[in-house]
Design a protein around this ligand. Structure first.
Ligand code: WTA
Length: 665
């Protein structure tokens, strides 16, 4: 296929799916040439990464990262034992790798392009300035008593100071625990308590889509129940009049003025934790996924280089929030490790109008753009006239977080990219740290809707969920697992290693289990089908149905709750809740609103159910297990395909649920 890599697009004969080769026009406007020259080169390197992983990763780790002390051992441990470690004995510092080494070479190079919520506001931050700012905040944190290994909670909007906060923690060996600033006070409290953070970094307010968000107010609320938090560092974003607790709360701008603009980075062992990031799983409580320094950074740098084909002088724009893994790896670490400029966008794609992303891309001559399909669906629906810009520097358009439908893929390719950029549909997870199944820009042929081929070091396996056996060969369907450890995989769940083992490594012994269903087609391309556990994906946000159910049950009127994800045109999936209320309560619109509010308060606005159905009872097996499958079928209008319901403890419940759904619609 490599010979033809330059021709585009080509329809694969005898198959119904189009295959698109890296566009010739992208290669023509490339500043030099892609890092890999052909699909064969990828295949060769891929083979080496699987058969000789130590040689492959050892070489890449020395090429892409700067080590304070070289490592002796590339890898130890196994998936079976859950004790993987990479680059043992090696020492390095994340902030040195992201900042110092570029600042030393070229202090005036732009590190951050800040595009504020209001168009026209914003500024750039050079690598030299970033080094000074990071050093000062690192000193402030030290002064607040933060030591190597301590966790620091970060609850900040999308502003350059968020990146400064990440890197200031890393500089002194503190473990950042970033909480998405859309989470409620209760969620923030749970994360601060679980991570035992004693310092929180926040802002007075945030600004998004023209609206103000009371970040400090939410922190104050959360901290009422976090007695161990000693200090809060507050960045002044809007100048709102907010209460400051004496002795606990300090203004960022006042504190940084007290300290010198250089502090030496703390040498960290490769396996020292770099950060925790909480994510939703099958059970109610979010998990603090832990990533380590050397392995994670290598994953970020390697995927930045090969997937996005990042070159010196590029301007990289990832639309994800730093509160999620996409923002961690591709707003912060990958572009900064590679020494290019990263766009930090505070606003939304719809404010002040639907051209916002395209205006930013045009204005800053963005070379790579990366976003979730949910935003693309919104913008596609808004109309092609909004995509009025030429955006002629674009070479790569990335998609992440959920499956991208073929029509949206094609719209992205044709209307946004003008057929001059390559689409990379990147599959990965909070736990994988960086891309695991993904095309490499300039190299991999793509099929709309397929995440294509494995990244280096990833050996996918399709497993039959019934037998637990791996299914070999092509044209197969099952659940997706990986057979080999890779550097950027999460090492544990904070304070719950058994949970880590049970969720990822004990499900199929010797494999890492992703929780996703997937197919491998006749050419070995992977098609991600979505979660096979109780996780729903709403607008690219990963939510646990169990967590939403737990929130609903906290309401005094609720006896039982069942939450399911249903297909939604705009958000991919939407949350629908079935609630059985206690005797003495009546169904009403007011109660429905109150239940939605309950979820907003307990988790955050983005988790709010789109529909709440109040039912007399839920369909359950005789042993009391709620049959969510039946609820899903009813919502899909497949009432005639419910299967055998005679095993339910009360089959008559089904008709009542159907009636409640019909009535509500
Ligand atoms: C889903 C986001 C299809 C998948 C980076 C995974 C995808 C979950 C894709 C992880 C993709 C992510 N195609 N599905 N390209 N990328 N997913 O941890 O279900 O927020 O398990 O990480 O998102 O979500 P998370």
């Amino acid at each position: 296929m490599g010979e033809e890599a330059a021709k585009a697009p080509v329809v694969a004969e005898a198959h119904e799916v189009d295959t698109f080769h890296p566009p010739q026009k992208m290669l023509a406007k490339h500043p030099s040439k892609p890092h890999l020259s052909s699909l064969e080169e990828y295949q060769q390197l891929y083979k080496e990464s699987i058969t000789e992983p130590e040689k492959f990763w050892g070489r890449l780790a020395r090429e892409l990262l700067t080590w304070h002390k070289d490592f002796q051992t590339v890898h130890s441990g196994s998936l079976l034992n859950g004790d993987n470690a990479w680059f043992l004995e090696g020492e390095l510092n994340a902030s040195f790798n992201c900042v110092d080494r570029h600042a030393i070479k070229d202090p005036n190079r732009v590190a951050i392009i800040y595009e504020a919520d209001e168009p026209g506001d914003g500024r750039t931050v050079t690598y030299g300035e970033l080094l000074r700012e990071v050093s000062k905040v690192a000193n402030v944190l030290k002064d607040m008593g933060v030591r190597k290994g301590d966790t620091v909670a970060i609850y900040l909007p999308m502003i350059p100071e968020a990146l400064v906060a990440f890197l200031a923690c890393a500089r002194i060996g503190a473990v950042h625990s970033v909480v998405f600033a859309g989470f409620s006070a209760d969620s923030l409290r749970d994360r601060v308590l679980d991570a035992r953070s004693r310092v929180v970094i926040t802002s007075d307010e945030g600004r998004r889509g023209g609206k103000l968000i009371g970040t400090k107010k939410i922190v104050d609320e959360a901290l009422k129940q976090c007695p161990d938090v000693k200090h809060v560092l507050v960045y002044k974003r809007t100048g709102a009049d907010i209460p400051m607790t004496p002795g606990r709360d300090y203004w960022w701008h006042e504190e940084v003025d007290k300290w010198p603009a250089y502090v030496a980075p703390e040498p960290m062992n490769s396996e020292d934790p770099l950060f925790l990031l909480y994510t939703s799983g099958s059970t109610g409580k979010p998990k603090g996924v832990m990533h380590t320094t050397g392995g994670y950074l290598l994953g970020a740098a390697a995927t930045g280089k090969y997937v996005f084909d990042i070159h010196d002088g590029d301007r990289f724009f990832c639309g994800g929030d730093v509160g999620w893994i996409t923002g961690h790896t591709y707003v912060v670490y990958a572009p900064l490790l590679l020494g290019v400029s990263t766009v930090v966008f505070e606003g939304t794609p719809a404010y002040p109008n639907f051209s916002r992303y395209w205006d930013i891309i045009e204005k800053h001559q963005v070379t790579q753009f990366y976003v979730a399909p949910t935003a693309l669906r919104l913008l596609k629906r808004a109309g092609d006239q909004h995509v009025r810009n030429e955006m002629k520097h674009l070479r790569v358009l990335g998609s992440v977080g959920e499956p991208i439908a073929a029509e949206v893929w094609k719209w992205y390719f044709e209307v946004v990219g003008k057929e001059e950029s390559q689409i990379v549909d990147t599959y990965w997870q909070t736990e994988t740290g960086s891309h695991v199944i993904t095309p490499l820009a300039g190299v991999t042929p793509t099929k709309p809707g397929s995440a294509s081929l494995p990244f280096f070091g990833i050996e996918p396996a399709i497993i039959d969920p019934v037998t637990g056996e791996e299914i070999h060969g092509n044209d197969v369907e099952g659940v997706l697992a990986f057979k080999q450890p890779w550097p950027s995989m999460a090492r544990t769940v904070w304070g719950a290693h058994k949970r880590y083992m049970d969720t990822y490594l004990n499900v199929y012994k010797g494999y890492y289990f992703t929780g996703d269903g997937a197919g491998r087609d006749h050419e070995g391309f992977y098609w991600i089908r979505g979660r096979v556990d109780d996780v729903v994906n709403v607008s690219g946000h990963r939510l646990s149905t169990a967590e939403i159910e737990a929130a609903l049950i906290e309401h005094a009127a609720v006896a039982e709750a069942a939450v399911v994800g249903v297909a939604d045109e705009l958000t991919g999936q939407a949350v629908n809740a079935f609630v059985a209320i206690k005797d003495g309560n009546e169904p009403s619109d007011a109660l429905r609103k109150d239940l939605i509010l309950q979820v907003r308060r307990s988790i955050g606005p983005f988790a709010a159910p789109k529909a709440v159905y109040i039912v007399p009872d839920l369909p359950k097996t005789r042993s009391g297990k709620i049959m969510r499958r039946i609820l899903r079928k009813i919502l899909a209008g497949e009432e005639d395909q419910l299967g055998d319901i005679t095993t339910l403890s009360d089959p008559a419940v089904v008709d009542k649920v159907i009636a409640a759904v019909h009535e509500a619609r």
